[in-house]
Design a protein around this ligand. Structure first.
Ligand code: SF4
Ligand code: SF4
Length: 104
C-alpha cells in the first residue's frame, strides 16, 4: 500500500506535505528541478511507509491511502507511480547536470 496525491493538489501545490514526510518520498520538492513545471506533487509508492503524517497538513484534502481513493480519482495511484517510473528512466542526475551546464 501507499498514500496517493489526487486532483485537489493541482493548483495548490503548497508543499506542506513535503515538510512532514519522514522519508522524503514526496516530490518534486521546491528545491528540485521540475517543481515549477509539475502540475502537482507525487508520492513514491515504493518509499512511502504509510505513516499518514501528510494527510492532516494538506489544506485541500488531496492525500488518501490508495485503497481509500475516491472512485473518480482512482487513476491518481497510477499517476503518482508513473512520475517515479519516468524519473528513473530519464535519470534525474542527468537533468541536474544539464541544467548546471546551462548556468555556466
Ligand atoms: S504517508 Fe507518511 S511516508 Fe507516505 S507520503 Fe505521507 S508522510 Fe510520507
Ligand atoms: S499538502 Fe496537499 S496541496 Fe500541498 S503539496 Fe501536498 S498534496 Fe499538494
Amino acid at each position: 500500500m501507499a498514500y496517493v496525491i489526487a486532483e485537489p493538489c493541482i493548483g495548490t501545490k503548497d508543499t506542506a506535505c513535503v515538510d512532514v514526510c519522514p522519508v522524503d518520498c514526496i516530490h518534486p520538492r521546491k528545491d528540485e528541478i521540475g517543481f515549477e513545471d509539475a502540475g502537482q506533487l507525487y508520492i513514491d509508492p515504493d518509499e512511502c511507509i504509510d505513516c499518514g503524517a501528510c494527510v492532516p497538513v494538506c489544506p485541500v484534502a488531496a492525500i488518501f491511502p490508495k485503497e481509500d481513493l475516491p472512485e473518480r480519482w482512482a487513476h491518481f495511484a497510477k499517476v503518482n507511480a508513473e512520475y517515479y517510473e519516468k524519473k528513473a528512466q530519464s535519470g534525474p542526475d542527468q537533468k541536474v547536470a544539464v541544467s548546471q551546464a546551462i548556468l555556466k
